[in-house]
Ligand binder design. Structure first.
Ligand SMILES: Cc1cc2nc3c(=O)[nH]c(=O)nc-3n(C[C@H](O)[C@H](O)[C@H](O)COP(=O)(O)OP(=O)(O)OC[C@H]3O[C@@H](n4cnc5c(N)ncnc54)[C@H](O)[C@@H]3O)c2cc1C
Length: 282
């Protein structure tokens, strides 16, 4: 298995370094909140710098967007066709909460023939089928890369919860959510709560673009955004498609190739991962 020593984010840290070394700029903690357009092209974006509160206007020749489709449509400044706004606002997302727990040990032990450090179970992730708990999956970071764990006598796991922003789980305080998660793991006999030594709760909005709501009218949006020759919707939420990392990168690479080869149609980008059967659980 080829896995970055410090996890998938390391790949993008490297890419970021190459961009800045070549004179590019990356603006972190900055939200695109506005798009200026005229007929057929995007002229500039408005960016809100969350650290300084400053609102910047940035012009460009080409614009690539991986922000959620619902958000980009609402960021267009000026009058948009009513049906485009209606379809965008009807798009549905599933949200996600992950609870990281640092433990001295797990109760479950390695029952495979694989030799593991401290007899830790050898799985990277475990899907939870028990109906009496809400958690969907457990990840064991030690098994992705030992470098993700400071002290290899400890175990870093994360529990994954699929929810909707604003629902009962989403609104629990971090403290209560952590207790709830630990209780669930005790219930299915994976840990003893006394072995937890640290924790973190992270809520992620719009992790899963859903194929219901107004998704069946998505062509309305596609036709609208495709009028702007210098705008490229790419990635997962950027295209409201259940793209994995490979698909997402491929959409970006195809967009760049289209520019280089003077291909005006965006069809080859929209066609990536267009088979509706793709159902990977991630
Ligand atoms: C729990 C989970 C597990 C997964 N596991 C896997 C896996 O094992 N393998 C795999 O291939 N894929 C996996 N995926 C899918 C993978 O994460 C996505 O396919 C990939 O991250 C999509 O890349 P992206 O660049 O389109 O979007 P993202 O990585 O989501 O990046 C979009 C970025 O845009 C930023 N943004 C949003 N709005 C704005 C705005 N208005 N202004 C500025 N920035 C904005 C966001 O903060 C984010 O940083 C998983 C996803 C989840 C949720």
């Amino acid at each position: 298995m080829i896995y970055p020593k410090y996890g998938p984010g390391q790949l993008w840290e490297e890419v970021g370094e190459i961009i800045t070394e070549n004179g590019g700029e990356i603006h972190h903690n900055s939200n695109v909140v506005g798009l200026e357009f005229n007929s057929g092209e995007i002229v500039a974006i408005k960016v809100h710098d969350e650290s300084t509160g400053e609102l910047k206007r940035i012009e460009g020749d080409y614009f690539f967007s991986s922000m959620p489709v619902k958000d980009i449509i609402n960021a267009f400044e000026g009058n948009l066709p009513a049906d485009v706004i209606e379809v965008a606002n009807g798009l549905i997302y599933r949200d996600f909460i992950t609870v990281g727990l640092l433990l001295t040990k797990l109760k479950i032990k390695n029952e495979t023939k694989l030799r593991t450090l401290n007899d830790l179970v050898s799985d990277n992730w475990i899907y939870i089928q028990e109906r009496d708990v809400e958690m969907g999956r457990i990840q064991i970071f030690n098994n992705w890369s030992p470098y993700l764990v400071n002290d290899d006598s400890k175990v870093w796991i994360s529990l994954e919860y699929f929810c909707n922003e604003g629902d009962k789980m989403w609104n629990l305080s971090d403290e209560k959510f952590k207790d709830f998660a630990i209780n669930e793991l005790e219930k299915i006999n994976i840990i003893d709560g006394n072995d937890v030594i640290d924790n973190v709760v992270i809520r992620v909005q719009k992790t899963y673009p859903a194929y219901f709501g107004t998704y069946n009218k998505f062509d309305t949006i596609k036709d609208f955004v495709d009028q702007f020759e210098n705008l490229f919707l790419i990635g997962r939420n950027g295209m409201h498609r259940y793209n994995n990392m490979d698909h997402s990168m491929l959409t970006a690479m195809t967009a760049v190739e289209n520019i280089i080869n003077n291909v005006k149609s965006k069809d080859n980008i929209w066609n990536i991962n267009s088979e509706k059967e793709y159902q990977e659980e991630n």
